[in-house]
Ligand binder design. Structure first.
Ligand SMILES: [Zn+2]
Length: 229
């Protein structure tokens, strides 16, 4: 089977904060991983089931509750990875720099986690998902690259990028992420963000490089001016 025929990829808008959840998997084996399963676990399990797919794990872009459930800074988000583990036989794939924070915020245990380094591959059927460490919004933010699709969490949005003024954010790390790690990706990669904030739900990096100011930064000085310092 051609790898592109095997790829199962679904974008699901969910919850009151305009989040996008993703299902990524293999049609051949009928299994998928869910990216950032906050807000409504049953809805996600059912959505996969409608397509003949079973959720066998979760990929975490970063530890904010609107992506993984749990409680932080006075708000509590339903669903999430702790609830998913109770309903599906699932391991949680997280960047090693985000794991301790994830445990604190969601209450999952070390045994539930697989800690990853940048460049790791998660394979499901013939589908290979590459994990890219993209710090800035949080210390262990990661993006997922699968068949020229970039699932970017709160690192990069259509026409924007993630906030870098929150606890754990690092503007200089975001500069490296935007100009270095993401700057190396080819124009035909399609961006799938963690929130529906843009004019379209997805967009090619070629289009973003024309229109998104956060992919047009020419120097650290220019970036620091954009960040108001
Ligand atoms: Zn976030």
């Amino acid at each position: 089977m051609n790898v592109n025929d095997d790829l199962y990829f679904r974008q699901i808008p969910l919850g009151p904060m305009q989040n996008f959840v993703y299902l990524i998997g293999s049609r051949r084996v009928g299994q998928c991983l869910v990216v950032d399963p906050a807000w409504d676990t049953n809805a996600l399990i059912n959505a996969a089931g409608e397509d003949g797919m079973t959720i066998t794990g979760a990929l975490v872009t970063h530890y904010h509750p609107d992506h993984v459930g749990g409680q932080m800074m006075g708000f509590k988000v339903p669903g999430g990875i702790a609830e998913l583990i109770g309903k599906a036989d699932a391991k949680i794939h997280v960047n090693k720099y985000e794991a301790d924070g994830l445990i604190k915020i969601t209450g999952v245990s070390e045994n539930d986690l697989i800690r990853h380094t940048s460049g790791d591959l998660v394979e499901i059927g013939d589908v290979k998902i590459e994990l890219l460490h993209t710090p800035g919004h949080t210390p262990g933010s990661q993006c997922f690259l699968v068949h020229s699709r970039l699932v970017a969490g709160d690192t990069l949005f259509i026409g924007g990028c993630g906030r870098v003024d929150l606890p754990g954010s690092d503007p200089n790390a975001m500069y490296e992420t935007l100009t270095g790690t993401l700057g190396k990706l080819s124009d035909d990669v399609v961006l799938y963000p963690g929130h529906d904030y843009g004019a379209t739900p997805s967009s090619s990096l070629a289009e973003q490089r024309r229109t998104n100011a956060y992919l047009r930064i020419r120097s650290l000085e220019e970036w620091q001016r954009m960040m108001g310092r």
